[in-house]
Design a binder for this molecule. Structure first.
Ligand code: ADP
Ligand code: MG
Length: 485
């Protein structure tokens, strides 16, 4: 099996591994009690520890450790009962310590895997190499003054999970699917909000190319890409660049690059440093982290049903397609909404309404399912009214529109607008008589064999009853009348 960008990289295969930095959902930072609220005034969430005052000592935040363990469990990964914090030394103006506390040789989480699904419905397993905890840095502000730069340390010391994948990804599409799936799992777990605009999730993208069957070649690392679309574009651009280099008889150098979305190309930033350049050593201020098996097991019991399991269950329980189930479990809030509507009802009908009319209305008004004016209970009630024959499917669309506008219950709307379905055969027969008399010429044509006119008659009778007639009754009665000259 080779994965190439069709017609673009020729016989070259793309190899990608992703390092994702996911900001941990936690009230306070990894080693201090400072708050982590996004968008606060600069330098208002900074303790003496975050600002690296001399003599300050870090204290590990138990909640952040729990989040890393829960994430590891959600990624089907090995939880290491012993791990260690190391200092990764480098000088940045927004890193007052002069080092980042990270985990190098002994991360808290080891090997795991994620199942991704591709557009053609096929699935692949992408290996997770490790997950470790580390501190975020501060932020430099260059746009506040013409000649000065400022430092905002609000972010300094916030807990990040670095989630490293195996070089198992073989195309931009797979990279996109991997990131979407990872983000979904993190959001279900409540360990990272996955908000890429706010920088809660960012990816370093490692790319190389090789001829099919060869060993891996040298990779380049594209730093800090902050949208899934850009990750996919960056991989394509970088792979094409590398193919060009190799095809011209030159050698790809290991280096760190930046993706420029406006030009659609990657640019060299610096030659890639190796681990020994960071002079990693165990942080002497922190003891090794030893976890009790019982605590890990207790955390395991707190895991929610994750997207893959939920998707299979939805298919089995509600009789819906794998595709529809995938759409419904993409966000936990949508899945919860759907279940409230579908439970004890027709799962397919519920799917059609949620992914059809509801999604369209939410899209149009730019709202999320959480603030939908039509609550799940109300939509469920409307399905009951369709099922028990109070309204037909067409009138239901009208009722739904009013529900979405006003937030009123379907019963109220049907009563006020007189939308109750007409099942009185007398009324239906009268409407049919009117229609057949008005279109005597067409009745003639129908009886002479132009059977496709039947739909026209149905339409006219529905119109005559303001759309409220029971369509099945109309069908039967019309057939009887037309075939009975
Ligand atoms: P570092 O910490 O220096 O970035 P790692 O060994 O942790 O190095 O690897 C980082 C990422 O690079 C991993 O996601 C891995 O899958 C990926 N990777 C390793 N070798 C290759 C390669 N030849 N081509 C593409 N990606 C690679
Ligand atoms: Mg790296």
């Amino acid at each position: 099996m080779t994965y190439i960008i069709e017609g673009k990289t020729g016989s070259w295969e793309i190899v990608v591994g992703l390092e994702v930095h996911a900001q941990v959902i936690s009230d306070s930072k990894l080693f201090s009690g400072s708050p982590t609220t996004f968008g606060a005034e600069p330098n208002t969430q900074v303790s003496l520890i975050d600002a690296a005052f001399p003599g300050m000592l870090p204290v590990l935040n138990r909640a952040c450790v729990a989040q890393a363990i829960r994430t590891g469990l959600g990624l089907n990964a090995q939880i290491n009962l012993q791990s260690r914090f190391d200092r990764k030394n480098y000088f940045y103006a927004d890193l007052p310590q002069g080092y980042q506390i990270s985990q190098f040789e002994h991360p808290i989480v080891g090997k795991g895997c994620i199942t991704i699904e591709l557009a053609d419905g096929q699935t692949r397993e992408i290996g997770i190499t490790r997950l470790h905890l580390e501190q975020d840095a501060g932020k430099l502000l260059h746009d506040q003054d013409p000649s000065l730069s400022f430092v905002d340390l609000n972010r300094a010391g916030i807990a990040l999970m670095e989630i490293v994948s195996e070089p198992d990804i073989r195309s931009p599409e797979e990279a996109g699917a991997y990131l979407r799936k990872l983000r979904q799992i993190l959001r279900y777990l409540g360990t990272c909000d996955g908000n890429m605009e706010e920088g809660s999730l960012r990816a370093d993208v490692n790319v190389s190319v090789r001829k099919a069957g060869e060993a891996f070649r040298t990779r380049c690392e594209i730093k800090n890409v902050n949208s899934i679309r850009f990750v996919m574009q960056a991989i394509e651009a970088e792979a094409l660049r590398q193919v060009d280099v190799w095809e011209n008889g030159q050698t790809v150098e290991q280096e760190t690059r930046l993706f420029d979305p406006s030009r659609g190309e990657t640019r060299a930033m610096r030659s890639k440093e190796d681990a020994h350049d960071y002079r990693y050593f165990p942080d002497p201020d922190l003891l090794p982290l030893v976890l009790e098996r019982e605590w890990v097991d207790a955390l395991k019991a707190t895991l929610p049903e994750l997207p893959d399991a939920k998707r299979s269950r939805f298919q089995a329980e509600y009789g819906i397609t794998s595709y529809d189930a995938g759409v419904l479990v993409a966000e936990q809030a949508v899945a919860d909404y759907y279940e409230t509507v579908a439970r004890e009802r027709d799962g397919k009908l519920a799917t059609a309404w949620v992914t059809g009319d509801l999604f369209a209305a939410l899209n149009k008004t730019g709202s999320t399912i959480e603030d939908s004016p039509v609550k799940a209970e109300m939509l469920g009630r409307m399905l009951d009214l369709i099922t028990d024959g109070t309204i037909n499917g067409k009138i239901a669309k009208e009722v739904f529109e009013v529900m979405f506008e006003t937030g009123d219950s379907p019963d109220t709307i049907i009563e006020h607008k007189g939308l109750r379905q007409v099942t009185d055969t007398g009324v239906i027969e009268t409407a049919i008589t009117t229609v057949l008399e008005k279109h005597a010429d067409k009745v003639e044509e129908y009886r002479n064999g132009k059977e496709k006119l039947f739909g026209f008659f149905v339409g006219q009778v529905m119109k005559e009853t303001q759309g409220k007639a029971n369509p099945a009754l109309v069908n039967d009665a019309l057939k009887a009348r037309l075939n009975n000259s």
